[in-house]
Design a protein around this ligand. Structure first.
Ligand SMILES: [Zn+2]
Length: 301
């Protein structure tokens, strides 16, 4: 028991490694604490926690393959009862996200596990790369499973022509708190030999579920030791990862100026103030008539 508690209290972190033969890039993350923080911020039910937690973990892994200062957005847009999942991460290791219907009642699949695929349904997976000083780049693929991991594997094959394996897992405790969360992305680099691919495929066959590994207290290094068994690798990066919402009053104010001034005045007239809730952290920002009058509405103001 003591051991379990110690693991639970440990800081979340991510590692990015390269095999010494330079044929495989691999990333793994432990995200237990940050998924629990997201659960508390959004008061999610277990199936929503699992879906959001997988997306948050995936975004952090994907965000570690982009340049500093850039951001990656993941939108999972299914027709299931969960609605949309939206997450954003950056190269620095911070992530935030939300789901449309955080209070979705318990949904189990035939194996008695949380039915993430059923909650998400059919639809699209969209990946948005926000480049520094350049236009955002967006690509999307249809959801092929709704379990998120397989969908991202498909995304990497289709949109980036990169053969990948993606494993994501969130384990929810009896009291609905997050017991374990994490994941990995393994990618073949150009020039990977057939032999390398075969060994990797064999290794991956032995890994049934990433949640089980995480539940067993495996660290990111230990997960990669299993996936990359019989390969030597070098750790290129190791960083702490966190759930942080970067919303602030100033940004929300700028956002408000994209609405017609008359509409805001109308709300002030009726409600006495304009209330804006941040979807990512549920913080509420209030703007009075005076606050609104100080905003710069540009030429329309
Ligand atoms: Zn926020």
């Amino acid at each position: 028991m003591l051991k379990g508690k110690m693991v639970k209290n440990m800081q979340d972190y991510l590692i990015r490694v390269l095999t010494t033969n330079k044929e495989i890039r691999a990333l793994a993350v432990r995200s237990t604490r940050l998924v629990e923080k997201a659960r508390q911020a959004h008061n999610t039910t277990p199936v929503a926690t699992a879906a959001l937690g997988r997306a948050l973990s995936a975004s952090l892994l994907m965000g570690s393959m982009i340049k500093g200062g850039e951001e990656i957005g993941l939108i999972i847009e299914g027709d299931g009862p969960l609605g949309r999942i939206i997450t954003e991460a950056n190269q620095e290791g911070t992530v935030r996200g939300y789901v449309n219907n955080p209070q979705l009642p318990l949904l189990l699949n035939q194996e008695g596990k949380l039915d993430v695929a059923g909650a998400i349904g059919r639809g699209q997976l969209r990946v948005i790369k926000k480049k520094l000083l350049r236009e955002s780049y967006e690509s999307s693929v249809p959801l092929i499973s709704g379990e998120i991991g397989d969908d991202l594997t498909y995304y990497y094959a289709q949109s980036e022509q990169t053969p990948s394996a993606v494993g994501l897992g969130v384990l929810v405790d009896r009291d609905h708190s997050v017991k374990a969360a994490g994941g990995f992305i393994i990618q073949l680099l150009p020039g990977a030999r057939e032999e390398t691919i075969e060994i990797l495929e064999e290794n991956l066959k032995d890994i049934n579920s990433v949640s089980q590994l995480i539940e067993a207290g495996k660290k990111p290094e230990e997960i990669l030791d299993l996936v990359l068994a019989s390969f030597d690798y070098r750790i290129m990066e190791r960083k702490e990862v966190e759930y942080i919402c970067k919303c602030d009053r100033e940004r929300i104010g700028v956002l408000l100026t994209s609405f017609p001034r008359e509409e805001l005045d109308d709300i002030i007239e009726k409600e006495g103030k304009v209330e804006v809730r941040c979807h990512f952290c549920n913080q509420i920002y209030e703007f009075t008539r005076e606050d609104i009058s100080k905003l710069d509405f540009g030429k329309g103001g």
